[in-house]
Every structure is written in structure tokens, then in C-alpha cells.
Design a protein around this ligand. Structure first.
Ligand code: NAD
Ligand code: MG
Length: 382
């Protein structure tokens, strides 16, 4: 039986790789719906190739262009947040959540409510709404299978293991493009430099997050929600070779770690096909070519974004919503050359200092709080 799949963020790096996997394994998957923000020409090509029931694009103007181009096909074109929510509410076997940022939160919420398993790349949704999404997934019997490579590594290390036996988990980090530079040298570094990641090819937002190491901070919060474990059991280490992605230490001092090539097809295919595994054609690791495995601590004075995010695990969820919202604003401003690289941290930290906490126990309150925090971040002049 083929798995019915929805791919949100189908025009991005992760979404495209998910579709590449489907393309090679048509006997395993059938695409029900795809979404993209604005890349109409790619959406048209994908729609013609995969003939999904639904295609969603973000704005109305673009949806009429899409409608014209797909006029001869039996495909429903939807648009905006409502369209995305509708698509995510259609029960399928798995939804690949590959939208960047908080924009992915509502669709994930809808998909979980409909009982669809999630292959989760969109870490920001869990950072902001983990306290709502994880209990909801449990209540609905929905599996959230991590696509983020470190979390997928931990997920794989834990196959056949018991969480009661775990002493700690470690997420690895490449260290990003500025590992060997100090904060003075990076203060005014341009986006063109920050976008050059040493080991992974990724979208702009996550590339900047990797350069500030906010990404690793967000990932520690993501890990706490995904695996339901306390802060004291979660750590991160720089491992510049990016060969080992996740490490689990057990109470008998055994260590199980996961190695894989730096190609997101590994975790994406694992999450989509789980509990099966698929054959994928990518360059494999030649262990004889690996000269060394190095690990080093993350220097919090150099990467304050990491520390800031890590500190928020187990704190009031308002802080992580604000962290994520302010970071999205800061990254956006930086990419627009309106904020210095070194001020990304300052903008996020000041936003967190300024917020007043409130109850975030339902879906709408999280959406509203994200807006509130964004407004504070936008109003800041740095
Ligand atoms: P990307 O920028 O290449 O793609 C993002 C996708 O989201 C695109 O399809 C875009 O059209 C869509 N999108 C963006 N803003 C939107 C909005 N407001 N509304 C609707 N759709 C919107 O990013 P990516 O690198 O594929 O990353 C996607 C997610 O996966 C992110 O959350 C990222 O942190 C996570 N992730 C990526 C990688 C990676 O290697 N690229 C690894 C781990 C986790
Ligand atoms: Mg990651």
C-alpha cells in the first residue's frame, strides 16, 4: 500500500528533497497535496509531475496565475493561510512539515488534529508550540518523526532502546561558517558570508541560524519537546566533520551514535518511510577517508544565541515563542542589510527582556503571542 503524503514547503530545500525521494519511490508514496510560498513556476512543474489533488500558494494574486497555468488539470488551487490550513487538515498517512518558521505552526496543528503523522523539519513550530503540539499528538495517537538530522539521529539511536535507560543525549553542530572567527570579526559580516555553510546546503533562514548557532539552541528546545526529556539531559557539541549527528549515553555508560552523510535525504527518507528504510543514491561516507572525529564545547561568549535559547528549555513557553519570533525578525532584517550580524542576538535578547508573560494554553493564544513578540522586535531600533 502506498503512503498518502502531503508536502508543505515543497519548493524549499527539504521539500524538494522529499519530492525527489517520492520520485524515486513511486511504488511507496502518492502525493495528495503540495504547498509553496511564491515560486509559481516550480509549483506548476511539480503539480504537473505529481498530479496532487491540491496545490496551495500563499497569495491570491499568485493563485490566479497558478489557476491559469493548471487550467487543464484536475487540481484544486488554494491560497493563503486558509488554503494551507485546509490542505493540512486533509487526513493523509504522512505530512512533511518543511515550511520555514512559525508559518508552519498552524498547518502542523491542523494535521495533528486530523490524525496525520508528521515528518517534522519545521523546528520553529515546535520551539513556539511544543507545549501544545506534543500533548495533542499524544492524545490523537499521532507520530511526530523528526527530520532535523540531529533529532532523527537520536530517534534512530533509540530504536529498540528504553528512554528510562538514557543518561543524556548530545546534538552535534558543525559550528557554522564562523567557527574560527571572533565576535569582533563577525559583528558586521555580510549575509553573503553567513549564507556559506561549510557542510550542509540549506535555506537562507536556517543558514543564518547556523552561523549564529541559534539553530543549535532552537534544536535543544526541539529535542526537549520531541523526546520529553529534561534540560539536564540535553547537550550540544561542535563536531566540525558533521559525520556523527546525534549521540545517546545510557546508564551502563554505553554510547550509541548515528553517522550519515551530510545529505538531508537520509533523515527525510527515514522519517517518510518509517518504520521501513529506503534505498537512496547519495555519496556515502568512506570511513577510511575520515581522518579524525573532533568535538569541542560551544563557546557561549562567542555564540550567545545558543546559550540564550538553551536557557529557555522548561521555562514559561512565552519565552520560546518570543525567542523564535524575534529571531525570525532579526534574521529577516539581517538578510535585508538592515541589522548587523552581531545585533541579531541583541535584538532577540532585548525582546525577551521586554515581553510580559501570559497563559498560552490554546492554539489562538500562541498565534496572538507570536504577533505580540514580533511587534516588540520590529519596534526596536538597533
Ligand atoms: P527553504 O527556505 O529552502 O524552504 C522553505 C519552504 O517554506 C519553501 O517551500 C517556502 O515556499 C515555504 N515558506 C516559507 N515561508 C512561508 C510562509 N510564510 N508561508 C508558507 N510557506 C512558506 O528552507 P529549508 O532549508 O527547506 O528549511 C525548511 C524547514 O526545515 C526549516 O524549518 C528548517 O529549519 C528545517 N530544516 C532544514 C534543514 C536543511 O538542511 N535545509 C535541516 C534541518 C531542518
Ligand atoms: Mg539540525
Amino acid at each position: 500500500m502506498r503512503k498518502l503524503v502531503t508536502v508543505l514547503g515543497a519548493t524549499g530545500i527539504v521539500g524538494s528533497k522529499a519530492l525527489e525521494i517520492i520520485r524515486k519511490h513511486k511504488e511507496k508514496f502518492y502525493v495528495i497535496g503540495i504547498s509553496g510560498h511564491s515560486n509559481v513556476s516550480l509549483l506548476v512543474r511539480l503539480a504537473i509531475e505529481f498530479s496532487p489533488k491540491y496545490v496551495v500558494v500563499s497569495n491570491l494574486h499568485l493563485s490566479s496565475e497558478l489557476e491559469q497555468k493548471l487550467n487543464n488539470f484536475d487540481i484544486e488551487i488554494l491560497c493563503g493561510k486558509e488554503g494551507l490550513a485546509f490542505l493540512a487538515s486533509q487526513k493523509t498517512d504522512i505530512l512533511v512539515a518543511a515550511i520555514t518558521g512559525f508559518a508552519g505552526f498552524e498547518p502542523i496543528f491542523r494535521a495533528i488534529n486530523s490524525g496525520t503523522d508528521i515528518a517534522l523539519a519545521n523546528k520553529e513550530a515546535l520551539v513556539a508550540g511544543g507545549h501544545l503540539l506534543m500533548p495533542l499528538a499524544k492524545q490523537k495517537g499521532v507520530n511526530i518523526i523528526p527530520v532535523d538530522s540531529e533529532h532523527n539521529a537520536i530517534f534512530q539511536c533509540m530504536m529498540g532502546q528504553n528512554w528510562n535507560d538514557v543518561d543524556s543525549i548530545t546534538l552535534t553542530a558543525s559550528g557554522g561558517p564562523f567557527l574560527s572567527m571572533n565576535s569582533k570579526e563577525t559583528q558586521k559580516i555580510p549575509p553573503s558570508e553567513a549564507l556559506k555553510h561549510p557542510t550542509w546546503s540549506m535555506g537562507a533562514k536556517i543558514s543564518i541560524d547556523s552561523a549564529t548557532m541559534m539553530n543549535k539552541g532552537l534544536e535543544t528546545i526541539e529535542a526537549a519537546w520531541l523526546f520529553d526529556i529534561g534540560k539536564e539531559k540535553i547537550s550540544a557539541l561542535i563536531h566540525p566533520q558533521s559525520i556523527i549527528h546525534g549521540i545517546v549515553k545510557f546508564k551502563d555508560k554505553s554510547i550509541i551514535s548515528h553517522m550519515a552523510p551530510t545529505d538531508m535525504k537520509v533523515p527525510i527518507s527515514q522519517a517518510m518511510a518509517w518504520p521501513e528504510r529506503l534505498k537512496i543514491e547519495i555519496k556515502e561516507i568512506d570511513l577510511l577517508e575520515v581522518e579524525s572525529f573532533n568535538f569541542q564545547d560551544i563557546d557561549a561568549s562567542k555564540f550567545p544565541c545558543f546559550k540564550l535559547a538553551y536557557q529557555l528549555i522548561e521555562e514559561d513557553p512565552c519565552y520560546s515563542v518570543a525567542l523564535n519570533a524575534a529571531n525570525e525578525i532579526a534574521v529577516h532584517l539581517y538578510l535585508d542589510h538592515k541589522l548587523e550580524f552581531g545585533n541579531i542576538y541583541t535584538l532577540v535578547a532585548r525582546t525577551i527582556d521586554m515581553i510580559e508573560t501570559t497563559n498560552l494554553d490554546d492554539y489562538q493564544s500562541i498565534i496572538d503571542y507570536d504577533k505580540y513578540a514580533r511587534n516588540i522586535a520590529i519596534s526596536m531600533r538597533l
